[in-house]
Design a protein around this ligand. Structure first.
Ligand code: SF4
Length: 429
């Protein structure tokens, strides 16, 4: 008998990508097989993201398009998961009555029941989430994600995550370490420990202790983690990164704004000076560390002086790269109710300035890497040039290179020949 097929359309962050891997794992246990073509599937899941308006619009337009397919094949099941599902299950079912079921990020474990038609909506809070170990169908190439905690307690005023993913819940360290050991046995060389705010991980171990424990696992060569909150980046954690040879010299530390006034409105609970001191400590302790950040341009009430402070922060800190976005009000957050919203034009102009300033900095930093020798983990064929392979340095920079006879997961040494804005070209040495 032919197995039923499923496909998953994923929007948003690494957390969502990894959630999709868990959904795929659960479905495989239910006897489904994976298909990369939604048109050929018996079940299509949209794993949605509500962090920005654009992602939300894109999802609703894709959902609209799928209606025709459902008409042609009434047996096709359509499901909506992720943050939009969590926040607006009723709205989804009203706008798209052809959707069969809706479930939130805390209820992936129920997917087996949902496909059997047990219920239509599963969006309740799940206090047990950190105790449940779901099967995972990994799509990574030598690298794997490992969730260490769920949810967030920070309530940054612009962010929907604490409402969609619930409060912080840390997985028991024994479960995490067992999962990482299993990955090493399967041949994965790199793990990224995943959570909305990994720095506040706490079970019987804190995050610094967990990093030191993961560092000891044989077979794993590289350890990364994402995302960090500047307020929770402790001296102990910086020391653990410094002392653990497998923990890569790289951190993503969202700044969001260079203005203390705006940081206050965002409820980030650190000042620019606090942030700057942590950057100094990271750079003093961990040689060659690469630092990336997030910036939100055009937050409600942002004056031109605040924007200037963000620009000068970029120039002062010289990040390796940034992810910058124009503020987008998210329903249900405090920032969505704030007055003094900026016009689209002002937000866009400020965002362009932020991006232009950073682009020059990134280019300069990458230029400085030319001729250097770096270790990279081979990830597969390059996305930009199918004739080349691609890998990452410990500092998380993408290097494309030509080579034969290499496999995914190989650690090799390259010389950087040429730098670009988003990647480097290298040769195997
Ligand atoms: S730390 Fe702030 S921005 Fe990050 S997930 Fe939590 S509430 Fe959202």
């Amino acid at each position: 008998m032919n197995k039923k097929k499923f496909s998953i359309v994923t929007f948003g962050c690494q957390m969502n990508v990894h959630d999709s891997e868990k959904m795929a794992g659960v479905l495989q246990e239910q006897g489904y097989s994976f298909s990369c073509d939604p048109k050929d599937s018996d079940l299509i899941i949209f794993n949605t993201c509500s962090i920005r308006e654009k992602a939300e619009q894109k999802f609703f337009s894709e959902l609209g398009r799928i209606k025709t397919l459902k008409k042609k094949r009434p047996g096709l099941k359509i499901a909506v998961a992720g943050c939009i599902a969590q926040q607006g299950s009723d709205e989804i079912l009203r706008r798209a009555p052809y959707v069969d079921f809706v479930f939130g990020p805390q209820n992936i474990a129920l997917l087996g029941d949902l496909v059997k038609g047990s219920r239509t909506i599963a969006t309740e809070d799940n206090p047990e989430i950190a105790e449940i170990d779901l099967p995972v169908r990994r799509t990574g190439t030598g690298r794997a994600w490992v969730t260490i905690m769920y949810g967030c307690n920070n309530f940054c005023s612009y962010c929907i995550v604490p409402y969609t993913r619930g409060r912080e819940r840390s997985r028991p360290s024994s479960n995490i370490l067992r999962e990482v050991r299993g990955l090493a046995e399967e041949g994965f060389r790199e793990v990224t420990l995943l959570g909305q705010n990994v720095n506040s991980y706490r079970s019987d171990l804190d995050f610094a202790e967990l990093l030191r424990a993961v560092n000891l696992i044989k077979g794993i060569e590289r350890v990364r983690f994402v995302t960090s909150h500047p307020r929770d980046l402790s001296d102990e954690l910086i020391e653990a990164i410094r002392d653990s040879e497998k923990v890569c010299e790289q951190i993503h530390l969202p700044l969001q704004s260079g203005s203390d006034r705006i940081l206050g409105l965002m409820n980030r609970r650190y000042s620019y000076d606090d942030y700057r001191r942590k950057i100094d400590s990271l750079r003093n302790n961990i040689g060659g560390i690469s630092i990336t950040t997030d910036i939100i341009s055009g937050f409600p009430g942002e004056m031109s002086e605040d924007h200037d402070l963000t620009i000068s922060a970029l120039r002062e800190i010289c990040f390796d790269g940034i992810f910058a976005f124009k503020f987008s009000p998210r329903r249900g957050t405090r920032a969505a109710l704030m007055e003094n919203g900026l016009s689209d034009d002002v937000g866009s102009r400020r965002l362009s300035e932020v991006l232009a300033v950073q682009e020059a900095i990134t280019e300069r930093i990458n230029k400085g890497l030319e001729s250097s020798i770096m270790e990279i983990l081979v990830e597969g064929v390059s996305e930009t040039d199918r004739e080349m392979l691609s890998g990452r340095t410990r500092t998380n920079k993408i290097v494309n290179f030509k080579a034969e006879g290499l496999s995914i997961g190989d650690l090799i040494t390259v010389r950087i020949l040429k730098s670009g804005k988003h990647s480097l070209i290298g040769e195997v040495v």
